[in-house]
Design a protein around this ligand. Structure first.
Ligand code: PLV
Length: 324
């Protein structure tokens, strides 16, 4: 069986973040994965289980799931069709083509691209690779926590883990991973941007809701409906999940600060998680008594993302107004 396709990523302290928070902050550098994000963990695992006899795969994506699927398919010698919405920047389309994938642009948001991917699954007999809603994806993503536990030792629990949420696949993997290593009492802080906040909307409503539109520039967080499993985790009393929002401005500021301080360029989707520290969300949660102080150490999953370069960053800087 080919794979695993992902690598064991660095777990490094961010001195700048630790200084701000007054607590040690570790970055789990998923931005270093082949294909540029954590997605390869779950998608690699799913393809190992489901695509061995396949005549090709089809994946609907805001970008990064597609990048992971294209990478895995190329390594397995399978053709890949990636369906992206028109909101994905040309940079993503180019990178997918560089990986040898056929790219189809359908609809304005991921949900519409997904309908087309499901249609192709039926008509072309391709193996469907979902970007966030599948138990094999969550199982694959859970290795991010297993690695942290192996590095730190199981007795050294983090005080909290910070993740970005789009459709909720990473959250499910992290929740499953924490349970797997006996860290089920470690709170998860979930970060979304306003306008790509389907998880927060579901938590507030107490039921799964579908957003009318995606108005955030963090297009890779732009699923209109969160997956059922993520919502179920939010309802469980076993594990605290704290759902928080930041603005696009705060996510962009986090991307810029991270680039300056850590010298790594990540997407706005990842900036949302970084803003948990840079915009004082964790400190506020401690002030409110929702997270303990002291916290032990904090882990931020640096989910990464490939739809960013200097030009795309400049575009975002033009589009997203500065705070006045
Ligand atoms: N992006 C998905 C879903 O898009 C995709 O198709 O690539 N951080 C980054 C850099 C991401 O690309 C994503 C998801 C997330 C975080 C959130 O992960 P999720 O969807 O598992 O919650 C619409």
């Amino acid at each position: 069986m080919p794979g695993p396709f992902h690598i064991n990523t660095p777990l490094v302290e961010s001195v700048g973040m630790s200084r701000r928070l007054g607590t040690t902050v570790y970055l789990k550098m998923e931005s270093s994965q082949p294909s540029g994000s954590f997605k390869i963990r779950g998608i690699g695992h799913l393809c190992q289980q489901m695509a061995m006899q396949s005549k090709g795969i089809v994946c609907s994506s805001g970008g990064n799931a597609g990048m992971a699927a294209a990478h895995v398919a190329r390594t397995m010698g399978l053709p890949a069709t990636i369906v992206v919405p028109s909101s994905s920047p040309p940079l993503v389309v180019q990178k997918l083509q560089d990986q040898g994938a056929t790219v189809k642009i359908t609809g304005e948001v991921w949900d519409e691209a997904n309908t087309e991917a499901l249609r192709l699954t039926e008509t072309e007999g391709l193996t469907y690779v979902p970007p966030f809603d599948h138990p094999l994806l969550w199982e694959g993503h859970s290795s991010v926590i297993t690695e942290i536990a192996a590095s730190m030792g199981r007795k050294q629990k983090p005080g909290a883990v910070v993740v970005s949420v789009g459709g909720g696949g990473l959250l499910c993997g992290v929740a499953q991973g924490l349970r797997g290593v006996g860290w089920e009492d470690v709170p998860i802080v979930t970060m979304e941007t306003v306008g790509a906040d389907c998880f927060n909307a579901a938590v507030k409503a107490g039921t799964i809701v579908t957003l009318e539109a995606i108005t955030s520039e963090a297009k890779c967080l732009g699923a209109k409906t969160v997956c059922r499993k993520a919502f179920q985790y939010s309802q469980s009393t076993e594990q605290a999940i704290i759902s928080e929002l930041v603005t696009d401005q705060q996510a962009l500021h986090a991307v810029e600060t991270f680039l300056d301080e850590e010298r790594v360029l990540v997407e706005l989707a990842c900036g949302a998680a970084l803003a948990a520290v840079y915009s004082g969300v964790i400190q506020r949660l401690q002030d409110e008594g929702r997270l303990p102080r002291p916290l032990g150490y904090l882990v931020v999953i640096v989910c990464g993302g490939s739809s960013i370069n200097r030009e795309q960053l400049a575009n975002l800087q033009k589009k997203i107004p500065r705070p006045t």
